[in-house]
Each structure stands twice: as C-alpha cells, then as structure tokens.
Design a protein around this ligand. Structure first.
Ligand code: WTA
Length: 652
C-alpha cells in the first residue's frame, strides 16, 4: 500500500453545528466552551495532579494511596498503595449517606414483568450473594464467569464478586458454548454463574443447556450457580450445580467489603481480535472505578432527578462502565431492560421511555438505524418529552442517522453525546460535554479531561488539520487496560509497538479546524483507490443520506488498475432494489463526495453481518467482495445465515 504523507483523505463535508439550548446549558455543570477548556487545560497542565485530586475527592479509601502514578512502560499503576472497594463505592457509600432508598433499578423483563430495587435492596442482595460465594470456597483473585440474561441478578453477581475480590468475566448471553468454554479456559475460571434461561423476542433462550455444553469443555470450573428466571428444563449436575435461591436462602446480609489494592484486578472482558483467539482485556480497581464514575458524571451531566437508560447488555464494556460501575458509583437511578427492542412491537423502547420518564437515553447506531427502518409511526405513538439528553456509542453515527435521532427522538431539544471509546479504554475518551460543546453530526468532538489524543501519519508525525491518521493516546489515563489476561507480549505488541510511547487505538481519525475529532473507522478498513486513502464511514454516510437507504457498509476489493475498488453493501428502507436505484446511488455519492468515492459494486442485501454487539463486520464483507473464502475468526458474528445469504446472492 502506498504511503501518503497527507494521511487519509477527508471527503465528508459536514458543516451543521448544534450548540446546546439556553435551557440545557443553564442547568449544566459545564455550560460554555470556556468552562470546558478551562477544565481540560487544568487537567493536562499537570495530569497526575489532576487525577490525584479527582481520586481523593471521588473515591472512598480504606487506606489512602501514596503515589498517584507509576509507569513501567507500557505497564501502568495508578493510586499505588491505596485500598478501596468498588462495590463499596457503588452501594455502601450511598446507604451510609442515607440515600439507600433511592431507586437503583427500574427493571423490566421482556414479557412485561417488573421489579424496582433500591440501593439498599441491591446492597442486601449483593451481601447475601457474596457470602454464598465465600461458602462455595471462592477466594480473592479467583476468576468467575458470568453468563446471564439482563436481570438485576447480573449486576448483583458482578458487584458481589467485586465486594470480595473475585475477578469476573461476563460473557454476553448470546454467545455459543464454544465461546464460553474458550473464555472459561483462558481465564481458568473456577465458577460459572448462569440462569436457566432468558427471554428474547418472545422465546426462551436455554442458557443452562448452552452452559452445560460449555462446562463439558471447561475443566477448571468447579461449580455452577443457576438463577431461576424462565423455569424451563435445566439439567443440574449433582455436586457441581446449585440454585441461586437455595444458596442465598439462609445467608446473612452482612458482608463487609474487602479492602482491595488499587491495582487488584476487577474484571476481565473478552473482546474479539480480527484474527485468532479473543483477548481478555484486564481492568483493575481504583483507576477504573474513578474513570467510569467521573466520565459518567461529566458526559451525561448527571443530576439526582435523572432517569438514565443505557440499552447495552452487561456483557459489553458499555454495560460494565455505564450500567454498573459508573452510574452506580454516582448513585444514579436507572432503567434496566431484559429483551429485544422489537418485542412485542417495534415501539418497545419508546413505550419504556414514556413509562419510566427516562431523561437520558444511551444507545447504539445499529439500534438507531433499525428504528429509522421500522418507521416513525412507532415513535409517534409515545410521549418522549421526558428526554433531555441522548447518547450514542459503539460505531460512528452517520450524520443522517444523527439528525433523525436529534429531531425525531430528541424533539430538537436534546444534545447528543457521540461517545468514542473502547473496551480497552475503560470509559469514554472523547465526547461533547453536552452543556458546553456544540455538537457536529458525526463527530465525537473533543477529548475528556486528562485525555490527550493525537492522529499520526505513517511517518509517525502528527497529520495536518482535516487529514486522517492513526488515532493514538499520548498519555496514560486511570481507566486504561492494564494488560491482556495472561499475555503481556500480546498487550505490548498490539497497543504499544507500532507507535513508541503512545497507546495505539486501532482507529483512524482526523481533527478539524475547531479541534473536533472525527473517527474514520478501523485502520485495517481503509480503502485505497488510486493512491487516495478513503475511510469507510464517509462513503457509508453518503449512502445513508439517500432516502432509500437504511444501512451501508463500504469495503475495498482488489482492482488491477486502481489498486482497490469500492464495493458497498446496502440495505434499503421500504424500497425495491433495481438497476435504476443502483445508478441513483452512484450519482448520489458522486454529488455528496465526488467521483473518487463512487462505488464500483453496489450489492443490495436484506441484512449486514454484525458482531453480537451490533458493529458491522467489514472484514467478512471484504472477503465476499473479493470472492475469497473467509479464514478469519467468525465467533463474534451474530447471525451466521447472513454470510451464507450474502455469498449465495452473488447477483443480488
Ligand atoms: C468503535 C465500545 C466511532 C471504534 C465502547 C472503537 C466508535 C470500537 C464509537 C470499540 C464512536 C466506538 N464513533 N466509532 N462514538 N464508539 N467506536 O471495544 O472503532 O466494543 O475502536 O467498545 O468501536 O469497540 P468496543
């Protein structure tokens, strides 16, 4: 591939700017660009001093730390010598402050069953469960896999581990037995916590059966705790398996939180590499807790009266940081929902927002694009006037999807926080502070306090304004991963080798003349047409701005003349695919971006291959577009039939 010193071409020309309303800004903690800049400049003038103060003010310490930061590159230690407990910060701190009656969760199951749990309720259930875990013989530092539906017992299980120093590894409830066994074995988990089943689109997912198959191949696991959720058949193995309700029945609700060292591991979360086995991203105690808490408060401008709803599953980092550890450290009241957004109808989310008067909604572009496709009439049936702030995470949000979210869901009055971050970063790295930073559709705007991003060209120099380059983070931060479980060499190689002394994110980004960042997609996904390097999101956003298009994925395929040709895969709203539309889309891209970006192939498809967390898997589409049999890892693919359909649809 040729190296262009200019980096990746910026072809997206998005000029709309949306400052926060007077009304929003007047109540926000940070309410002007000057307020943001003063906080940011203070943070970077002396990063250690900044985090030291944050940690002293916002974390409860059993014993204070003596050193803020130790760097044995690329291995970081934050708040060295301190002792704290994350479950204490999430629960006891509120109960002791007389705020135990505050609602922690308004939970709703997919069939419509409801439970409300206060912070005192969660505290009690966590203590009982921690005591039960101790009785099973689990000791500080042991690993525990959790494979559960989105019921309150999932955060309870996570917090119960944290309370007594067990390291949890949450495995999303949609994963196969193979994936569970791989994770159990890599972490050498001693315990698996699961449920008989969970509800998804009106059907019971038999989690215990999948867990049983995994346990056949997981020799390290000695016990399996089973929550009764759906009451389906669940084969229990004598001596290994126990019911959740049996083991907590006689447990005391008194269980002191274990003082944990700042750098003790809190959890492992597996995330897919593009090839090979998944990586166990390791996060530790104090730095992660502080970072999740403060970023939650900054980005969501959280107030006591807010009802916060993050629609992610606890099986992803978003659920860890912005359902469990961030919001609960901040004492937030949340909505938790078990099931699918289109059950029993496509208006389920809007119904939930109306019922609980949700004020902050945090969801993913894949969901937003589905809502657009399902149609506005589902939204129109409900009163969404309780919303004051919207958020997006997981992928770039195409400007047209952003506009729909802003106007249709936010009624034009709610800022959108487009939050860029990763499993590895532990918490949000770039996002508007909603009362301070005007939004631009498609941009994650500016870095949060203490975060120093930089976009580098292949010569490792910073690229110029509006040129794309490898997005790196120049200074360590408390929420950063501390390693890959059991594989220091891979940690070093993956994140710290290509660019010396910088954390390599794996994404490309550009900075515009206002210092706003625009994420351009994964480094590996760049398309190189006749020596011009194009980012996937820009071609896709141009397509999505056509009224017929619901979703689009752009990839490069080999081309003898141009190096790479652009192949796009497109799903439509309510439109028939035909030659005329294909031509119209090419014209549209030519108008929006220019001749350079006009796709060579346009394939219509009913769905795109996605990860189980909803990201488009361009790597698989690249194989299809170039007529190759795929060889990479497909274990994170959500729906295997999509690939078969795409392959058999050669002439679609
Ligand atoms: C992508 C999710 C553009 C990006 C929290 C990143 C985004 C990867 C955004 C991490 C965003 C996440 N705009 N791209 N706002 N948020 N991404 O580990 O490629 O599941 O590197 O963490 O998602 O995904 P992960």
């Amino acid at each position: 591939m040729s190296t262009s010193p200019a980096g990746i071409r910026n072809v997206l020309n998005e000029t709309r700017v949306f400052p926060p309303s007077e009304q929003f800004a007047s109540k926000a903690e940070f309410n002007s660009m000057a307020a943001y800049e003063s906080l940011y400049n203070e943070s970077t003038a002396d990063i250690n001093a900044f985090w030291e103060k944050q940690a002293r003010d916002h974390i409860h310490w059993f014993e204070p730390f003596h050193t803020t930061f130790e760097w044995n590159a690329p291995f970081a230690k934050w708040f060295v010598g301190g002792k704290t407990n994350v479950a204490f910060n999430c629960l006891d701190a509120h109960v002791l402050a007389g705020r135990g009656d505050r609602v922690a969760f308004h939970w709703e199951g997919e069939p419509g069953d409801k439970r409300t749990l206060s912070y005192s309720d969660v505290h009690r259930e966590v203590c009982k469960f921690s005591n039960a875990l101790k009785k099973l013989g689990l000791k500080k530092g042991d690993r525990v896999s959790i494979y559960m539906p989105m019921v309150p017992e999932l955060p309870i299980a996570m917090l119960a581990c944290a309370r007594i120093g067990l390291i949890h590894s949450v495995i999303f409830g949609g994963f196969s037995s193979e994936a569970i066994a791989d994770r159990n074995n890599d972490a050498q988990a001693k315990l698996l916590i699961t449920a008989d089943g969970g509800w998804r689109r009106g059907k019971v997912l038999n989690l215990k059966q999948t867990a049983n198959e995994a346990l056949e191949k997981s020799p390290s696991v000695e016990h399996c705790i089973v929550l009764q959720r759906t009451k389906n058949e669940a084969a229990m193995k004598e001596g290994r398996d126990v019911w959740w309700h049996d083991i907590v029945a006689n447990e005391s609700s008194d269980c002191p939180a274990e003082p944990m060292d700042s750098e003790d591991s809190l959890f492992i979360l597996y995330t897919s590499g593009s090839t090979g086995k998944p990586k166990g991203i390791r996060h530790t105690t104090a730095g992660y807790n502080l970072y999740a808490k403060r970023t939650f408060q900054w980005v969501f401008d959280h107030k006591d009266e807010d009802i916060f709803w993050c629609t992610a599953d606890c099986g992803w980092i978003t659920g860890h940081s912005y359902i469990v550890y961030g919001p609960m450290s901040a004492g937030a009241t949340q909505v938790l929902y078990e099931g699918a957004p289109n059950w029993p109808e496509e208006d389920r989310f809007w119904e939930i927002i109306e019922r609980y008067k949700v004020s902050i909604l945090y969801t993913a572009p894949t969901a937003i694009r589905a809502f657009i496709k399902w149609g506005d009439h589902h939204v129109d049936k409900h009163d969404l006037s309780s919303l004051r702030l919207l958020g997006s995470v997981g992928e770039g949000i195409n400007p047209e999807a952003w506009m729909w979210y802003f106007e249709k869901i936010g009624g034009g009055r709610c800022p959108i926080v487009d939050t860029w971050w990763q499993t590895e970063t532990g918490g949000i790295m770039m996002s508007p502070l909603p009362g301070a930073i005007p939004c631009k559709p498609g941009s994650c705007t500016r870095p949060l306090p203490g975060i120093v991003p930089v976009a580098l060209g292949e010569d490792l120099q910073e690229v110029g304004v509006d040129h794309g380059g490898m997005l790196c983070i120049a200074k360590p931060w408390p929420g950063m991963l501390r390693g890959i479980w059991g594989d220091d060499a891979r940690y070093q190689e993956q994140y710290w080798t290509r660019v010396p002394n910088h954390y390599l994110t794996g994404d490309n980004a550009r900075k515009d003349e206002d210092g706003y960042y625009w994420i351009m997609g994964r480094i590996d996904d760049v398309i190189n047409v006749s020596g011009h390097r194009l980012s996937t999101i820009e071609v896709e956003s141009a397509l999505v701005s056509h009224p017929a298009v619901a979703e689009a994925a752009a990839v490069g395929r080999p081309d003898e003349i141009k190096g790479q040709a652009i192949a796009v895969f497109v799903t439509l709203k309510n439109h028939q695919p035909d030659e005329a539309l294909r031509e119209a889309l090419k014209k549209h891209v030519r108008k929006e971006i220019g001749a350079l970006a006009v796709p060579d192939d346009i394939r219509f498809t009913s769905s795109l291959p996605k990860t189980r967390s909803g990201k488009i898997m361009r790597r698989l589409l690249r194989d299809i577009a170039s007529g190759k049999e795929g060889t990479g890892d497909t274990s994170t693919l959500e729906d295997f039939t999509v690939l078969a359909k795409l392959r058999s649809d050669e002439e679609s």
